[in-house]
Each structure stands twice: as structure tokens, then as C-alpha cells.
Design a protein around this ligand. Structure first.
Ligand code: COA
Length: 174
């Protein structure tokens, strides 16, 4: 198993077909994000995309970028926070932790945890923020075990999401 960093050109062109196969295995019916949203995210400041390769296959990935007030998602989660929460979690240089996915055949082997920890470590940002579906117990268990805290228990962005935050030095990955 190898953990590699993929650049914008890799995810949008060179390795797009492989990523598509993995993405569809992780989220069978939701490829909008892959086709419409990833190209926008790949051009953002601090874009960092990690992938796990097992022999010739991609079996997991995690990515994020540096958040900013100009973005719709950032504005929405900011609006759901108190002023104190915004000052703590959305400080300049905050990482928007966008996605984490592991191929169903490779789960419960610590790969999601590895990707989470490496993305946070390599991004080197003071805080990170994510939104996961309220009912996504596997993801919430993983994040909780790696030091993420619930900031907003429920916010509806199409579907109900929980917003979580991570702070460097407070509960850094082992
Ligand atoms: C969430 C996900 C990334 C976890 O990947 P993984 O490689 O299985 O995670 P790990 O093996 O590192 O699991 C770490 C811990 O998370 C928790 N966890 C993971 N899967 C779980 C499940 N199905 N049910 C309950 N807890 C679970 C456990 O506490 C686990 O520790 P344990 O195995 O020692 O009990 C994976 O299930 C996935 O790709 N899901 C679909 C995509 C998704 O929901 N991504 C999150 C979007 S925000």
C-alpha cells in the first residue's frame, strides 16, 4: 500500500478514469461532485489530494483546500456558527476537509484513519472544518476518534449535515 499526493492535473486528467472507478465504488449514485465540483476545488488555494494505491488500483482518497469567505460553502457554514465559533474554527488558513473515501472492499483496516491523519499533517493548517451527513455514523466515529469536535450538530445543505472541526495541537493525530 502506498500513499501518494496527486496534483490537479492528475485528478482532472491523467488519473481521472481510475479515480472515477474508485469514486463510483464509494458513492455509487453521486458523481456530481466528481464531475462538477472537484474541477473547481482543484484550482483552489492549498488544494491537497492524497490517494492510496494498492498495486495498480486506487483504493482510497482524501482531499481539501484552504477555505475562504468568497466561497458559498464557507459562507453557509459560517452563517450557522456563533461569532465565537467563527473566530475559533474559521481563522485564516483553515483547511476545508472536503472528502474522504475508502473502497468498500478495503474498509476497517485503518486506511480512512491514515488518510485523515496524513491530510491534516501535510496540509499543516491551524484548523480544519468538514461537514458529514448527520447519519454517517462510520465517518463520525472515525473523525471523533481522531480529535474532530462537533461544531454545528445539524445544518441543512440539501440534506442534514453535521459540521465538525479539528485544531492543530489540541487533539493532533497520533
Ligand atoms: C468513513 C470511511 C472513510 C472509513 O474508512 P475506513 O478505512 O473503514 O476507516 P478505519 O478503518 O480507519 O476506521 C477507523 C474507525 O472508524 C470507525 N468506523 C469505521 N467504519 C465504521 C462502521 N462501518 N461502523 C462504525 N464505526 C466505523 C471505527 O471506530 C473504526 O475503528 P475500528 O475499526 O478500530 O473500530 C469509509 O467507511 C467510507 O469510505 N465511507 C463512505 C464515504 C464516506 O462516508 N466518507 C466520509 C465523508 S465525510
Amino acid at each position: 500500500m502506498r500513499l501518494v499526493e496527486l496534483g490537479a492535473e492528475d485528478v482532472l486528467a491523467k488519473r481521472r478514469a481510475e479515480l472515477e472507478v474508485l469514486w463510483q465504488a464509494v458513492w455509487p449514485k453521486t458523481t456530481d461532485q466528481l464531475y462538477a465540483i472537484l474541477p473547481r476545488h482543484a484550482r483552489r488555494k492549498g488544494f491537497l489530494f492524497l490517494a492510496l494505491e494498492e498495486e495498480a488500483d486506487l483504493v482510497g482518497f482524501a482531499y481539501g483546500y484552504v477555505g475562504g469567505e468568497g466561497e458559498a460553502w464557507h459562507r453557509r457554514i459560517a452563517a450557522a456558527m456563533t461569532e465565537e465559533q467563527r473566530a475559533r474554527w474559521l481563522q485564516p488558513g483553515e483547511l476545508e476537509f472536503v472528502e474522504l473515501g475508502v473502497h468498500p472492499a478495503c474498509r476497517r483496516r485503518g486506511l480512512g484513519t491514515w488518510l485523515n491523519d496524513e491530510l491534516l499533517a501535510r496540509a499543516g493548517r491551524p484548523t480544519a472544518v468538514l461537514a458529514t451527513e448527520v447519519q454517517n455514523e462510520p465517518a463520525k466515529a472515525l473523525y471523533g476518534a481522531r480529535g474532530w469536535k462537533v461544531i454545528v450538530p445539524e445544518i441543512v445543505i440539501g440534506r442534514p449535515y453535521t459540521v465538525m472541526g479539528w485544531e492543530r495541537g489540541v487533539a493532533s493525530p497520533q
